[in-house]
Design a binder for this molecule. Structure first.
Ligand SMILES: *Cc1c(COP(=O)(O)O)cnc(C)c1O
Length: 408
């Protein structure tokens, strides 16, 4: 094994609690574990979040939902104990969270959805046709501006609600997704909120009473400008419970909020989160360079003085982004190297990546770090070098970095 991932279930639970505290007791938190829990491992994260009291988990596909149901059952949760409308933090031990299949399904998935008591997100007449007669409870997504999933408020929603009732499906939840939750004061978010309100009013006109109304993601919770009771008020107005859906924050990350008032006294969620994933590797060999020796493809780094490098057996095929390469002109990323002295005391050192990150190998500068040995651990991602650091260098978002880690 050239690299491996260590997951802190304590940190995951602590991050969940921090989110629950930030949103307050009137809003539930759905733990988003889609895409293999953002690269963290969907089974372990599902079990840890269920233990932390998450009433809902959100997965990508029906198959991922089935995998989660099996993992929860194997961890000792009752196979059929579903729950609804339980006050936050009071999900009784032994009951499984409900599982929302967030990213659509096809007819061949219906059997899995029914068998594992999953809750599908629906927004098209076709989907309702496939579920006809299943007696399932569903969540309807409202498209308020994303133009991906979701039914548009107005005639389209009216038709869908009629079909839903005719197909014998129960409307358990209604939700929408914001396009720009990380922008502090965003006109589009306000427009989306108005459209969502209109959709909820329409649902009430059809005499349907969903139990859950949900909107918002990690950025919504972290965004000081959105710390309003809007969602709670909206949910209460139709006798439902409010919920936010958080992924990134669970794993310890939030993207910066654009235009947030730096002087605000609002205590930000992001300040109380810690990274759940530690991606690690080991030093495979060491090499001493003389001044003038170059390193790696295209010789983008040349030693200007004697130096010592450690070789790490990871590269871009493992998800270590090539943009972390370090040249003489432009410093790149770094790792946190853990060494042990003769007395066995552990210490941690920042070691810069030098030269190009290649497919399976990366060189780091360990000049002046005492006691470096073959087999020493290096943290590629986690404490001291975060997904935010990687994302900044790779000009992307921490989400893509986390999902892109392929340990093994
Ligand atoms: C992925 C996703 C979320 C979670 O977003 P984070 O920014 O990771 O909190 C919430 N809602 C929907 C619909 C999503 O697809």
């Amino acid at each position: 094994m050239t690299s491996w991932i260590e997951i802190s279930e304590e940190r995951l639970a602590a991050n969940y609690r921090a989110i629950a505290k930030a949103v307050g007791s009137e809003t539930a938190v759905l733990g988003v574990i889609k895409a293999n829990a953002y690269g963290h491992g969907v089974e372990r994260c599902a079990v840890a979040l269920a233990r932390a009291g998450a009433p809902w988990l959100g997965v990508t596909t029906a198959n991922e939902g089935a995998q989660v149901r099996r993992a929860l059952r194997d961890a000792g949760f009752s196979p059929d104990g579903l729950q609804s409308l339980l006050p936050q933090g009071q999900s009784p031990l032994g009951k499984q969270p409900q599982i929302l299949v967030m990213c659509g399904f096809l007819p061949e998935d219906v059997e899995t959805i029914v068998k594992h008591k999953l809750t599908p997100v629906v927004w098209t007449p076709e989907q309702i046709g496939w579920l006809h007669g299943s007696g399932l409870a569903v969540h309807v997504e409202i498209d308020t501006g994303m133009s991906r999933q979701g039914v548009r408020p107005g005639a389209e929603l009216d038709d869908l609600l009629v079909w839903l009732s005719n197909a014998g499906l129960a409307l358990d939840g209604v939700f929408t997704h914001f396009c720009a939750a990380e922008v502090a004061h965003c006109d589009l978010t306000q427009t989306q909120e108005r459209r969502f309100e209109a959709a909820i009013a329409q649902v009430s006109e059809h005499a349907l009473a969903p139990l859950w109304i949900h909107a918002g993601s990690s950025s919504t919770v972290d965004n000081p400008a959105q710390a309003s009771p809007w969602l709670v008020d909206l949910a209460k107005s139709v006798g439902a419970r409010a919920m936010v859906r958080c992924g990134c924050a669970l794993y310890g990350y939030c993207v910066p909020i654009e235009g947030a008032d730096a002087t605000s006294t609002h205590s930000r969620l992001s300040s109380s989160l810690r990274p759940v994933m530690m991606w690690k590797t080991r030093v495979l060999s060491l090499r001493d360079l003389a001044a003038g020796d170059s390193v790696g493809y295209n010789a983008t780094f040349t030693a200007t003085a004697p130096m010592r490098l450690a070789m790490l057996p990871v590269g871009y095929s493992d998800g270590l982004r090539r943009e972390l390469s370090g040249s003489n002109e432009r410093p790149g990323g770094w790792v946190m190297l853990r060494t042990r002295n003769a007395a066995g005391q552990l210490s941690e050192h920042r070691a810069a990546i030098v030269g190009r990150v290649s497919m399976n190998l990366t060189m780091v500068d360990v000049t002046g770090i005492a006691d470096v040995q073959f087999g020493d651990e290096a943290i590629l991602l986690g404490d001291g070098i975060t997904a935010d650091d990687h994302a900044r260098l790779a000009k992307t978002i921490p989400y893509e970095i986390l999902c892109g880690v392929h340990a093994g």
